[in-house]
Design a protein around this ligand. Sequence first.
Ligand code: NAD
Length: 521
Amino acid sequence: MLKLAQRNSTAAILTQTKQLVSIVFRTITSGNFEVETPLNFINGRRKNCLQTTTQSFTVEEPATGKTLCRMHESGIEDVNKAVNAAQQAQHDWGEMSGFERSKVLQKCAHLLKEKQEDVARLEVFDTGKPIWEARGDVQTAVDALEYFSGIASTLCGQHFTLPGGSFGYTRREPLGVVAAIGAWNFPIQMAGWKSAPALACGNAVVFKPSEFTPLTAVMLGEIYKEAGLPDGLYNVVQGGGQTGNLLSSHPDIAKVTFTGSVTTGSKVMKTCAGGIKAVTLELGGKSPLILFDDCDITNAVNGALLANYLTQGQVCSNGTRVFIQENIFSDVISRLVNRVKAIKYGDPHCEKTLMGAMINKKHAEKVLGFISRAKQQGAEVLCGGKQIVPDNPILHGGSYISPCIIKPSDDMEISLEEVFGPVMNVYSFRSEEEVLKRANDSQFGLASGIFTKDLNRAHRVAAKIQAGSCYINNYNIYPIEMPFGGYKKSGIGRENGMITLEYFTQLKTVYVEGGNVDCPY
Ligand code: NAD
């Protein structure tokens, strides 16, 4: 259970019982606690890092800039321990039937749902995103557990009838130990989206969350344990790039599922190439959203907002390049600017807050740098894009940026690179042909969106757009049944949907002879 050191007077009442953790989470606001318990989770237990010679670091709470926890980066001994525990546990788990595994994972789903509020509160401390969003993120992890537990028992191969009474069949078998490495923007969702299918397919998992968001992955481990998942099947090692590299290069890791930037994804892929390991990469994006002049403008404006400002704009699939047909351009822009100016920002624990804090100061400065360079290059800022200081003094150590709409040209840096902040680029276009060309002119291909009432056109454009997903008349919706992943530099492989089973299993072909062996020697 989490051990929290309270900074205010409510500290005295805090014990380590589950019930009180729930109560305290519901009454505190940002800046109120520091986690003191170890944050590696190996073989069903929290563990301190074995190696204290590795780099130590402090994790800051994004909303306040105050210390959230301190830890050492996990070294080779910690990674070995986690991988060994996973290997041992995977043996029996992989031999169970899918239905048996399904029953355990269903319990995990129920328990996570029961603790949704506590996990969501912790996610807010970890990420700075508003509580209403964090609740949704926990739900997506619950969905993954429910969905993949449901299909665990359907894992099966094919049967082949062959000449002379011979036959063959295929078996879908687990890979072994899967390393899962996550980014900081959706920590609990990533822990759920990666571990649920991996476990359903009979694998064990060693998860490394981002060094900026270490908490909820550990809480998930405790929930799994309480729900009855055998020790060792889900482990967490904390640390940054070095730990990630130790994990992905570990000889006993069979596969790496990675979410993060293109630069790191490329390094992970190289590491995996060395060991001929399977790898799934969920990387960055610069997705186009096209608003045709026959669209329902209210829905289109809502879609553009959803496409840009969730999690302070730090969302891989965001439709950050919004192309608006020229005869509705000024109407859409004035509506967008009014709506964006009204977005409430501040303490992410507050129910009314719509936008919280950027993950950290360094990242906020990077986002502001993109805006400032775009302005120097001649882009027009239509609103926001400034560092803001919330009224509440507790939040002064956090980094907040007012949601921005900017009008750049296609060739500016801000149109080409992933900004990963609350910045919507807007462009005017004339024809379908022209906008398709401009939309596809990107190194990325994660997502895309179209708003139009002409469904023929919607499907025609969806077919031609170079992206792993395309939303027609909505944006940033992730049903667990539907595969998610990128084209081009946005990644390799898919998460969610039935296809995921292929990424967490290997196929064995069995040939059965029905006659004698015909041999020429
Ligand atoms: P990042 O690439 O800096 O880090 C991602 C993870 O990789 C972290 O856990 C980090 O510690 C680890 N890491 C760093 N170096 C490593 C190495 N050499 N070997 C192994 N692991 C290493 O990314 P970030 O800043 O945490 O996340 C933001 C990026 O993630 C954005 O580009 C965003 O678009 C992308 N993202 C993609 C998706 C998707 O599903 N496509 C989802 C969320 C975020």
